[in-house]
Design a protein around this ligand. Structure first.
Ligand SMILES: NC(=O)c1ccc[n+]([C@@H]2O[C@H](COP(=O)([O-])OP(=O)(O)OC[C@H]3O[C@@H](n4cnc5c(N)ncnc54)[C@H](O)[C@@H]3O)[C@@H](O)[C@H]2O)c1
Length: 389
């Protein structure tokens, strides 16, 4: 098993914010992952997330990128959150400069990360050899252009992960011979939760419950997801003023009490744990968030025979988008990007469920075997040039 190759700790000079960069591995001198900001972030969490990224790049069929993650323990809603992110990224520049590609994650916005990079003369973090490769430079141009395109009224970058999760959920549910119009509960209504809810409703599922940082809204007949999206704020919080009169509003802590077939945690880590895992009513959990089950919670879910599409299988949409466009694996148009993610998420989910059934094992266990990262390269400046081609 690979260990985290680099872990860097940062202390802010102006607030009590603390942050970490964990590089799990480099592949061909390159590594990628998001930067999260939340008051509960810890070093251990960032290391676990970096490891999950390494598995995700394998599931993504990437031959060019290892996994890393950054995390800042700070309130993402604070007025100086952008300034804190900026100071963190400044401190990380030496790593970014050698092929650590940081994007956004929970609590940060990709446009903010790019704005800070641009201020320091970086477009998208690349290795030296990538900067000299005209195909990669064209891929970056295509990627930049795609960032401004929309699909179903939403920015492409904001739907790629959530749509992929929905395709994985649909594939798993069909594998289970689940009935049509199954009921779905989603925790989180940010980029991922909202777009996943939209695609699930387009695929004919009934989204009966959605929670955000402030509340839980439920409706047995299914929520009007489009209206909820049209009126959510920049923090992924729904606007009660647009709830229909027959909707039920409850504390967000009650999200596991809602009867459903499919549960999609799309917000924080470890939200299903030793004290609440027995309350899960769904027969399928699809992990849109990274590491949403604690290890004790996961053991209870496994023993209860609940099926799981784990995080790096379901939520690889954003990194596949990046990888496929930059390395020219897909035509640079929004529909082709979504089709490519659909194909990969369905293929991996089907493979995972088939193997788990055949081996009579829990899906997560099988996923950790199938998508195990095996490469741990040095940063590019230390790799002989022939090994990079
Ligand atoms: N954005 C991506 O492309 C991407 C890719 C892979 C994985 N993920 C993971 O998906 C998760 C969500 O990411 P995002 O980009 O949608 O974040 P986001 O910041 O856009 O949204 C987070 C959502 O979680 C909600 N939330 C916060 N605390 C909550 C609570 N206690 N109960 C219920 N909801 C709560 C917020 O209100 C918001 O709706 C994270 O775990 C992230 O690591 C994101």
């Amino acid at each position: 098993m690979l260990k985290p190759y680099i872990v860097v700790e940062w202390n802010d000079t102006e607030t009590d914010a603390k942050g970490w960069l964990a590089v799990h591995n480099f592949v061909k001198g390159y590594t990628g992952g998001g930067t999260r900001m939340h008051p509960t972030v810890t070093r251990e969490e960032v290391e676990r997330l970096a490891e999950a990224m390494a598995y995700k790049y394998v599931a993504c069929e990437s031959e060019t990128t290892g996994g890393c993650k950054a995390g800042i323990a700070y309130d993402y809603k604070a007025p100086d959150a952008y300034a804190v992110l900026r100071r963190f990224l400044i401190a990380m520049m030496p790593y970014i400069d050698i092929g650590v590609s940081l994007g956004s994650d929970l609590g940060t916005k990709y446009e903010d990360v790019l704005k800070i990079f641009n201020e320091f003369g970086i477009d998208i973090p690349l290795t030296k050899s990538m900067k000299q490769n005209p195909n990669v430079l064209q891929g970056i141009k295509d990627f930049d252009e795609l960032l401004t395109t929309k699909i179903d009224g939403l920015f492409l970058n904001d739907v790629v992960t959530g749509y992929g999760v929905a395709f994985s959920a649909d594939e798993a549910w069909k594998f289970k011979n689940g009935k049509g119009g199954a009921r779905v509960v989603i925790q989180g209504f940010g980029c991922v939760g909202a777009s996943c809810a939209l695609k699930m409703s387009q695929l004919g599922y009934k989204v009966v419950g959605i929670s955000d940082a402030a509340l839980l809204v439920t409706c047995e007949e299914g929520l009007d997801v489009q209206t909820l999206i049209d009126h959510k704020n920049m923090y992924g919080e729904m606007d009660k003023a647009f709830f229909e009169p027959h909707y039920d509003v409850r504390p967000n802590t009650e999200w596991l009490d809602i009867d459903c077939d499919i549960l999609i945690p799309s917000a924080l880590e470890d939200v299903i744990h030793i004290s609440n895992a027995k309350s899960v009513k769904a027969s399928l959990i699809v992990e849109a968030a990274n590491i949403p089950l604690s290890s004790e919670g996961d053991e209870i879910i496994r023993q209860r025979g609940i099926d799981v599409v784990n995080d790096f299988v379901a939520n690889l949409g954003a990194i596949r988008f990046y990888d496929a466009v930059i390395f020219g694996l897909v035509k640079p148009n929004p529909q082709a990007v979504v089709d490519d993610i659909e194909k990969l998420c369905r293929k991996n989910t089907y493979h995972l469920f088939t193997q788990a059934k055949k081996q009579k094992k829990y899906q997560r266990e099988v996923a950790y075997e199938i998508f195990k990262p095996t490469i741990s390269d040095l940063p590019e400046y230390a790799v002989p040039s022939e090994a990079l081609s």
